[in-house]
Design a protein around this ligand. Sequence first.
Ligand SMILES: [Fe+2]
Ligand SMILES: [Fe+2]
Length: 559
Amino acid sequence: MRTETKYRLADSCIVEPLVNSWFAWSYILSPLTASLHLLNYQLKAMEEYLKDPELHIRASRDAALIGGPYLDIPESRAGEVRALLESTKLNQRHNLALAEATIEFYNRLVDEASGQSLESFYRVLPSPLRGYVELVYDYYNRPMARFVEGLLYASHYYDQSLQSLRIYALKRDDTRRFFMSTPRLQEEEQIDWKVPLADERVDRFFALDVEPQPLSVVRDLIGLNRSDGEKLLTILSPVPSATPDKWNGADVRVRYFGHACVLLEWNGASILTDPFIGVRPLQGGIERLSYGDLPRSIDYVLVTHNHADHFVLESLLRLRHRINCLVVPKSYGLLHGDISLKLLAQKLRFKQVLELDALESISIAGGEIVSIPFFGEHGDLAHGKTGYIVRAGEHRMMFGADSNCLDRRLYENIRCSVGRVESVFLGTECVGAPLCWSYGPLFPRPPRRSHDQTRRQRGCDSDGAMEIMEALGTRRFYSYGMGQEPWLEHILALGLSDDSPQIREADELLMKAQRRNFAAAERLFGKGEFFLETVSETDEEEHCVAASLNSNAEDEFVF
Ligand SMILES: [Fe+2]
Ligand SMILES: [Fe+2]
């Protein structure tokens, strides 16, 4: 009897989540930020492009301008951009009305409310906002509008029929240029699957990464006809994938997947940080670990913050069926840009989503996961974010992502509360984007240029990073999250070279760590694997008594 050939997703298969043809990231899914982004960014960018497509093409290839609001679309396809613009104005008119009303009302509120009762403002709320906002003051009588995000998801402002998946084989890494500013017009060889991202068929499709199926099953799942079905063969492979080798040892196996994505495994447990997984292109490219190298079931995925290179929907959706628990930072709930990642993940049907506040922890066999404060890197906006300390046995590892060392005492306090942190994974993106890059569309009034330039979304320099590690008693440093892997360009467009200040700071920090005789000082890049012992010495009681004496002495002096 002939057995039917079974197919898995090919190593080069890319599956991009889209909303109305734009690459899906958190701010274009959460209804209010999506509406503001639509009004203040997407529509403007498309209108500007249509005035001068040539200029946009040139700008999107210019290293100095890359990452700006330029559409990277040939002039021959300008008609499609015009059609998208017109259909957007029609289909998303509710969202545009919501964004316009928010800006108009927020500005009025700030101009007119100065400590008197806010009750009268409910009577003049524009219709699109009614029932969705609570008006509050801070202690200085500065008014704020708090949006009820959960109700916005349940309203016509959240339209899942705009969502889709774009599926294709990646030719080379550099064919995926920066496209956060560019709608994804469909190419001939690509498959466009109109499906809500929360749909369970999406999980069945991604299960092909681990459980191959006959071609007919895949075709029926996506709903393709037989001729379109030919395209499927370009994104599938009949070659069985190697079974991911699971690590059950007592020491921690650390596997580096690029950027801030690290897989920790010990005693059969698995923890993955900030998943941003690259696929293997058809041609060239550096070595990398990919979806097939991840366990079939991942116990915890830890997300540090809501930047597009850390909360990466493309990777998260593909892993959704394998993730047992998604851990996200708790949002502060005051500013509309501080969206709840928990709500969003629940809307996207992740099985279990936990939101951790600072110093809350999750017990795991032989260890724990502790959420720690993450200061800086958000232009001084009150946006929730978190670092994590993972304890395996007595070995503590900090995943600080883009944390900035704004107050060394924070880390001294963390050490006293949590214990000495042997290993630190930290970035040195010390330049950072200006305030308005990604946040600009959220402001009811554009910030001053001087504020835009000085309130940068930056992390540590080498001095700050060393202060953190001195405070924590660290002996192993791993530089990560530097955006250098070639599969990040479509989101980050950092174009860093060895001369870039961020990389020079990383080098400087590695030298400082070596001079201090750290047991490890490494820059992670591309792909990596190493082991950490679960036992390390502790001297915490003595340390904290000394720290508390020092801090008392300092306080006495100050006051
Ligand atoms: Fe960041
Ligand atoms: Fe980052």
